[in-house]
Design a protein around this ligand. Sequence first.
Ligand code: ATP
Length: 342
Amino acid sequence: MAYLQLQGIEKFFGEHRAIKGVDLTIEKGEFIVFVGPSGCGKSTLLRLIAGLEQIDGGQLVLDGRDITHAPSSKRDLAMVFQSYALYPHMSVFENMSFALKLAKEDPAVIREKVERAAKILNLTQYLERTPKALSGGQRQRVAIGRAIVRAPKVFLFDEPLSNLDAALRGQTRVEIAKLHRDLGATTIYVTHDQVEAMTLADRIVVLRDGLIEQVGTPLELYDRPANQFVAQFIGSPQMNVVEGRHLPQVAGVPAGGFVGLRPEDVTLQPAAQAGAGGLPGTVELVESLGAETLIYVTVDSGAQLVSRQPVRSGLHNGDRVGVFVEAANAHRFDAQGRAARV
Ligand code: ATP
């Protein structure tokens, strides 16, 4: 049975319909990630679930209970914000125990719960410090700890790592993944970070303009996007999508339709070695990322493609190349951008 169920959820800001009837079923223990372009409604949907915004239409059911209009404090959810939202004058211990104290829990039980959460999050040695004496990553762990001690039915995360630098973001992401593995808590996580979405999610929900475009496991979305929008939203650098006429070697493209190719399915050879098989093109830009190289190329027909190669290519700006595509891995879209199955 569904643990958290969204049925026809609607939200208006004045005349603006920000969430347009969202249906979604989440199972107990799932890690769900909301992604989508800026302004698509990810945070609003999370805030509606949290009870921080009023739901204007539809129904929200958690563990068999209709919580559509329940106050936030009565929903048994815990939210972790981008900004941490810690109390600056309280110690880490007091921050983490605050909700339990309000709920009039026994002090001995509070201490035990906070100490257990602190241990999980490697915060034991910081319990007496105030937030200002902590790094950004440690503060975010305190914010997560504050959510854990409440043992809520659902954890809600709103871009929790976006204030951290790249290294710490990676580290904290791994900690969140481990935490989910160990606690198995139902989690909804908003991000615009591809890597967070792909690595953390059991299922990703792709939103666009207040509606769900597709829901699926990371690899389902990567391998079988329902449409061009999802295809280009999931994966970095984004999937190449060009008019079918540019890639005659890909069969089965609907009239007026498009071909999509992941950058790893485009390979390049120096023109002198390419022979007759490749499409002639010119290298526009070579980006070396160390372990891999991204090469931007313009095919003579005008199509622009990016190729991802796991090696140092030896190619340079302006080089003439032959472009080879892995037609077996090509995606086909009709003129409206919907995936066409062959
Ligand atoms: P981002 O990735 O930029 O945070 P988002 O996908 O989280 O974007 P939301 O913040 O949910 O998007 O906003 C969805 C839409 O609702 C946007 O058009 C936004 O301008 C609008 N919106 C959000 N909050 C309010 C508000 N309090 N009042 C009016 N409009 C709002």
